[in-house]
Design a protein around this ligand. Structure first.
Ligand SMILES: Cc1cc2nc3c(=O)[nH]c(=O)nc-3n(C[C@H](O)[C@H](O)[C@H](O)COP(=O)(O)OP(=O)(O)OC[C@H]3O[C@@H](n4cnc5c(N)ncnc54)[C@H](O)[C@@H]3O)c2cc1C
Length: 305
């Protein structure tokens, strides 16, 4: 059986990313986690989510971009998405990855690219979330985010922290002082024990610690997890501290625990679903397989069908 590390290693193979994008036969397998290849397919998925009481966040799949021209294409794509959200009247914000905007080429280019998207979102009254990627770019991501946050408002741009990194509690305290809107997740990349907790229990313990800091801060944050234990701990803490349901949101990924998404929405919690779309689905898809070995069987079964 492929291990989590092996799947995450495969996720980082750039050549496979390009090859996989060409095979439309993978489509029926990826459809569970990816809303489609085009903005319009993502809009259709988001209309359905909105009808089920969930808001959404668009994610155009294309990380680790290595040419300036491609980063400019990503900016155009996100400007189209922001326009499309208004045109279609759907309840959605957007999530960006800074390596998509050139973080592995030049941080200044990245900032200029990202600020175009954040400025357009701010003009439209929408919100841009900066996703967090591997630990090699954590500090750079925070630095670019702080520049953006310095220029734009609390409700224009936010960031993500990962509870598997040792540094995260300190980062949370630092970012809360600005203040900043934070999405808390466990972390999806293959990280060494020098920077991240190897044991799930420690990742979960830090998740709960940071969740409490976020909820108690009075700023609107995103609690991103499918883990019922993390969700119960959040609901329990909010109830004990008399923090209202409107003061934060739960977030989950497209196609994962739809039952729980709908249950939380029915219970009156704000529920946002992260909706990835695009041709470059390979690394995202592989990270979803790595999170749950049973997903590999699901893929195998469908390949033989
Ligand atoms: C909205 C959102 C945004 C995210 N943004 C980022 C980001 O910017 N950076 C980053 O590093 N990570 C991001 N992640 C991914 C995150 O870090 C985790 O890898 C992922 O959410 C799995 O962790 P978990 O909290 O669900 O808990 P886990 O302990 O991994 O899983 C708990 C339970 O959830 C279910 N589950 C979890 N994953 C899957 C799956 N792939 N398929 C089927 N069932 C599953 C299973 O029932 C599992 O037992 C994001 C996650 C969400 C929900």
């Amino acid at each position: 059986m492929l291990t989590r590390s092996a799947l995450l290693y495969l996720a980082r193979q750039e050549k496979l990313k390009d090859i996989a994008a060409r095979f439309r036969t993978f489509r029926k397998i990826t459809a569970r986690f990816i809303a489609g290849e085009t903005i319009d397919e993502a809009v259709t998925a988001i209309k359905d989510l909105n009808a089920r009481g969930c808001s959404a966040s668009f994610d155009h799949l294309n990380e680790s971009v290595s040419s300036v021209a491609e980063t400019e294409g990503e900016v155009r794509e996100y400007l189209n998405v922001l326009a499309k959200i208004d045109e279609a009247g759907i309840n959605s914000n957007v999530s960006i990855k800074l390596t998509q905007f050139g973080l592995e080429i030049d941080p200044e280019l990245t900032y200029q690219n990202a600020r175009q998207v954040v400025a357009d979102g701010a003009r439209r009254g929408n919100f841009v979330r900066v996703d967090m990627e591997g630990s090699a770019v954590t500090q750079m991501t925070i630095d670019v985010f702080k520049r953006l946050r310095n220029e734009f408002g609390l409700n224009d741009v936010g960031i993500v922290l990962q509870s598997y990194l040792y540094r995260t509690e300190e980062d949370a305290r630092d970012l809360l002082k600005i203040p900043a809107r934070i999405r808390l997740c466990k972390g999806a990349y293959d990280e060494p024990a020098s920077v991240a907790y190897p044991e799930k229990k420690d990742v979960d313990d830090q998740y709960v610690r940071v969740m409490k800091l976020l909820l108690a801060s009075g700023t609107y944050h995103g609690i991103a997890t499918h883990d019922p234990k993390m969700i119960d701990a959040t609901i329990d803490f909010a109830q004990k501290q008399s923090i209202s349901k409107e003061a934060f949101e739960f977030q989950m990924l497209y196609g994962i625990r739809r039952d729980l998404q709908e249950q939380l929405a029915r219970d009156g919690y704000n529920m946002r679903v992260y909706v990835p779309y695009g041709k470059h689905w390979y690394p995202y898809f592989m990270r979803r397989l790595a999170e749950r070995p049973a997903n590999v069987w699901f893929v195998m079964k469908n390949l033989w069908k």
